[in-house]
Design a binder for this molecule. Structure first.
Ligand code: FAD
Length: 385
């Protein structure tokens, strides 16, 4: 069997790429060891925040493109993505942190983002439950949240409707002819050939590329999430982060509060599966409760962790790597918001070549020495004693 393009990985990245390619008329195969957004992938675990502010400079054009797309994406895909657009609020609690907010607003405005400066009283107008200790906020009113699992599934279903083959349930390995990647082999011995194979395999990327002798400067890390019991709905419209806290906070459609942030989880030794650390969960909850005091009336009812590839400079690798091989990986815990833009741009890059907005993410852009790479990969996961 053959295709023009095989996409390995049906998370939000691979799904978006496959759908955009299929819409453009390419013969696409979307394959996954499990299926769209299955445990322990990043798209399964993700917080689903659509934050356009405070992004890396290289990300900004993609972020703006994605922010314009999210409000219409559900209609394009014909799916309920549990999307809402209550804005994103980044908070300062001290004078020093206020300076960081001012700097973010200046940088984001220079990048073309519509970002507002909110004084304490204005913060409480849009989010009355937020602590009165919040002195200043950076507010992006167009931001919001969506359900990553629903998004990944909707991409795959829309790709199939546009003619893509879906093949889920078996891990694939890369097939080679000399230096050229020619397709994939499945565990059952079957193969699939294509002119281009896209690797959108998240935390599994290193293992997939190792037989080619390719060692990208990435590492796999688990991040953990917490969920509260149900509160009355519509108490907290914006998604929230804070300068001085390792925190992301939002209220879901169900009424539950969801808390994330860069809290590492522990490897379990079972493949890429990771598990929450109780010590981190306690700090994570306490930080959220400091920003949203009503959490003192709620209980932690669920916690989970998902694993993702992080790159050494925090930016993904997107582009051609070897003949027949295209990479879209290393999204470093901020790949959900930009996934519709990544899908559209990769499809354009594969069709027309040399997409300028993807140039900053070229796979060969970094050459860390062995010591830097070893230190990056060895960074401890414990952030609390
Ligand atoms: C806890 C957490 C919270 C996050 N919160 C946010 C957020 O609020 N906002 C934001 O923008 N981003 C967030 N992110 C980041 C974002 O979710 C990820 O960047 C994004 O989901 C990455 O998607 P992906 O498709 O690249 O990878 P994944 O979702 O990990 O998908 C990779 C897929 O590849 C498949 N695969 C791997 N190897 C093979 C193989 N050999 N053969 C076949 N299939 C294979 C896997 O089964 C998997 O389905 C968060 C991430 C985490 C972990």
């Amino acid at each position: 069997m053959s295709a023009d393009v095989i996409v390995i990985g049906a998370g939000v990245t691979g799904g978006a790429i496959a759908w955009h390619l299929a819409r453009d008329g390419a013969r696409v195969a979307l394959i996954d060891a499990a299926g769209p957004a299955c445990r322990p992938s990043a798209s399964w675990a993700s917080a689903g925040g659509l934050r356009s502010q405070g992004r890396h400079a290289a990300d900004q054009p993609l972020t703006l493109m994605a922010a314009a797309r999210w409000p219409v994406l559900g209609a394009e895909l014909g799916a309920d993505l549990e999307e809402s657009f209550g804005g994103h609020l980044h908070l300062a609690e001290t004078g020093e942190e206020c300076a960081a907010i001012e700097a973010r607003i200046a940088a984001d405005r220079a990048g073309g983002l519509a970002i507002e400066r909110l004084e304490a009283a204005q913060i409480r107008e849009i989010a009355p439950e937020i602590t009165p200790r919040a002195l200043l906020g950076a507010y992006t009113p167009g931001d919001g949240q969506a359900h990553p699992g629903r998004v990944a599934r909707a991409f795959a279903e829309a790709a199939e409707q546009d003619g893509a083959q879906l093949r889920f349930g078996q891990p694939a390995t890369l097939l080679r002819d000399g230096d050229r990647v020619t397709g994939v082999a499945f565990a059952d011995g079957t193969t699939l050939r294509a002119a281009t194979t896209v690797v959108a395999a998240g935390a599994w990327t290193q293992a997939l590329l190792a037989p080619l002798g390719l060692d990208l400067p990435i590492r796999a890390r688990g991040l953990q999430m917490l969920l509260s019991d149900l509160a009355p709905r519509d108490l907290l419209a914006p998604t929230v982060t804070a300068v001085g806290r390792n925190l992301s906070l939002k209220q879901l459609r169900s009424g539950a509060f969801m808390m994330g942030g860069r809290w590492f989880a522990r490897p379990t030794g079972r493949g890429q599966e990771t598990a929450p650390l109780d010590a981190h969960a306690a700090k994570q909850w306490a930080g959220a409760a400091a920003i949203l005091p009503r959490l003192a009336r709620h209980r932690l009812v669920h916690q989970w962790a998902g694993t993702e590839a992080q790159s050494i400079d925090g930016d993904p690798f997107i582009g051609r790597s070897r003949p027949g091989l295209y990479l879209a990986c290393g999204f470093s815990n901020h790949g959900f918001q930009i996934c519709p833009a990544v899908g559209a741009l990769v499809a354009r890059d594969l069709r027309d070549g040399a997409e300028p907005l993807l140039a900053p993410f070229a796979p060969g852009r970094l050459a860390p020495d062995a010591a830097q790479l070893a230190a990056f990969r060895a960074e401890p996961i414990l952030e609390v004693a």
